[in-house]
Every structure is written in structure tokens, then in C-alpha cells.
Design a protein around this ligand. Structure first.
Ligand code: ZN
Ligand code: ZN
Length: 146
């Protein structure tokens, strides 16, 4: 795959550098996070849809009902409606990830396929993005973590 132009914000997205992004399949824009419906399973390029995929929320694996582990972005295709989740890449824009999370808190999108992270996951999300001791003060305030 030789990179692409983001269908949402028109940024040129370079080919995946797996050492930089920590992912082999650069399938979404690191700036606005929007993606393209190309895969049936991650990386297979088998979907034949090509619709724009909107980031609709954040999800975590759960253990015993508690969210754990790395945050993932939940996508819904604007053309066919399919819902996917995808790992966040190391160079994804943190502010965009947080705004996707905030949007989904205010207006829960209807997905009964994947459980979206709720307000209780704010600390976990910010810890994963910034590190436990490096969460910017503005975010700590916004989410009431102090
Ligand atoms: Zn973009
Ligand atoms: Zn689609």
C-alpha cells in the first residue's frame, strides 16, 4: 500500500512506517482519524466498498466488566453501515482521539455490535494516550480527574 489522500480532511497520508506507527496497516488518517472501508478483516483489502468510515467512539477490551488495555477507535461506514474497530497508531493525533471520545459521550451512536467507552473510561483513555503522570492539566480538569 502506497499511502492515500484522506477522504475527509484531504491530508496526504504516507505509507505505514511500522516502527513509527506500531501497526502494519495504515488504514486511517492520523490527523482526523477517518478511514476507508477496505477490509473485511484487518488488512485483507477485501471489502469492495470503499466508503468513508467515520470514527464514532472509543472502545476497550473488558475483563470482569472493567475496561482494560489499549484504546481502539470504533468506525462506522457511511455507505454500508458496517461497524469495525481498529487499533490506534502511535502517531495518531491525541486531540482527535479525545474529541471522538467526547462526541460519543454527548450523543451515544447506536451500535449494538461494539460497546463504546463511557464516561468512566476517561482516566484509562488519558493514561493510555499520555502516560500516567503526563496527562495535560487541561484534560485532567475537563474530565474531573484531580
Ligand atoms: Zn484526515
Ligand atoms: Zn462500507
Amino acid at each position: 500500500m502506497n499511502g492515500f489522500i484522506c477522504g475527509r480532511c484531504r491530508a496526504t497520508v504516507g505509507d505505514a512506517d511500522r516502527f513509527l506507527t506500531g501497526t502494519r496497516h495504515r488504514d486511517h488518517c492520523p490527523h482526523c482519524l477517518w478511514s476507508k472501508h477496505l477490509d473485511r478483516i484487518p488488512g485483507d483489502r477485501n471489502a469492495h466498498c470503499g466508503g468513508l468510515m467515520q470514527p464514532i467512539g472509543i472502545t476497550f477490551k473488558t475483563e470482569g466488566g472493567e475496561p482494560v488495555g489499549e484504546p481502539m477507535v470504533v468506525y462506522q461506514c457511511l455507505d454500508c453501515g458496517v461497524v469495525h474497530k481498529n487499533r490506534i497508531a502511535a502517531d495518531d493525533d491525541n486531540a482527535s482521539i479525545i474529541s471522538v471520545y467526547c462526541r460519543s459521550l454527548k450523543q451515544p451512536p447506536t451500535t449494538n455490535v461494539i460497546a463504546l467507552a463511557d464516561a468512566r473510561s476517561a482516566r484509562l483513555l488519558l493514561t493510555r494516550l499520555f502516560g500516567k503522570h503526563a496527562i495535560p492539566r487541561a484534560y485532567r480538569k475537563q474530565f474531573g480527574l484531580d
